[in-house]
Design a protein around this ligand. Structure first.
Ligand SMILES: [Zn+2]
Length: 211
């Protein structure tokens, strides 16, 4: 399946942060801006966490978002909620439409226990490094992450991971509703269909509001 024409452009690009394959990067965004998550090469999953800058104990929460939306996959127009049920982001545009809010981001234990592989890179380690690099000692909790573009299907009560079908340039646009530190991990999972066995780079683009 091919997707749309790729990233839309808004009035003024405020920041662009490349997230190298198997790494994570952070960006500060402010209420009123638009945040784009871009898959540069296709078939890549990103694990996103977000902290409120005014109180970093308040974070994006996948579980609270599932509860607030009463759905497993958020759609265009839906808001994404914090652990205090405050809306942090709203989906404006989505080239892909499959995203996981159920499973925690991959961590060293995932590779050690499930694959017998030690010292494999993980979204948790990447996110922790990116938060530290941004100058913060904030805790990263893998179960709060939003796994964007992850092609998990729910089949008869089971969760089955398929290769993502989306092409290079696939983008999700988010209205920023609060001042946030957003951190995105280009997932290093190369042992499951999650990233079609070939992790690649992503990008974060921040746009100023139009008009
Ligand atoms: Zn991962």
């Amino acid at each position: 399946m091919m997707v749309g024409p790729g990233p839309r452009s808004y009035e003024q690009l405020a920041a662009e942060v490349i997230v190298p394959a198997r790494e994570a990067r952070a960006v500060e965004v402010h209420a009123g801006q638009i945040l784009q998550l871009v898959d540069l090469e296709g078939q890549q999953v990103g694990d996103l966490i977000a902290y409120r800058l005014s109180d970093p104990t308040e974070v994006f929460s996948a579980g609270h978002t599932v509860s607030a939306l009463a759905k497993l996959v958020p759609e265009v127009g839906d808001e994404l909620f914090s652990n205090h049920r405050r809306p942090l982001l709203r989906i404006l545009h989505d080239d892909v439409g499959s995203h996981d809010l159920i499973v925690p981001c991959c961590d060293p234990e995932r590779y050690a226990r499930d694959y017998g592989v030690h010292n494999h890179g993980s979204c948790l380690a990447s996110l922790e490094a990116a938060v530290l690099a941004a100058g913060h000692a904030w805790t990263v909790r893998g179960e709060t992450a939003w796994n964007v573009f992850m092609n998990n299907r729910h089949e008869d009560g089971r969760i089955v991971t398929y290769e993502p079908p989306h092409a290079a340039g696939a983008t999700i646009d988010l209205a920023v509703l609060d001042d946030l530190l957003v951190v995105l991990s280009a997932c290093p999972q190369d042992l499951s269909p999650c990233n079609a066995y070939a992790p690649t780079a992503m990008a974060l683009r921040v746009w100023e509001p139009e008009g």
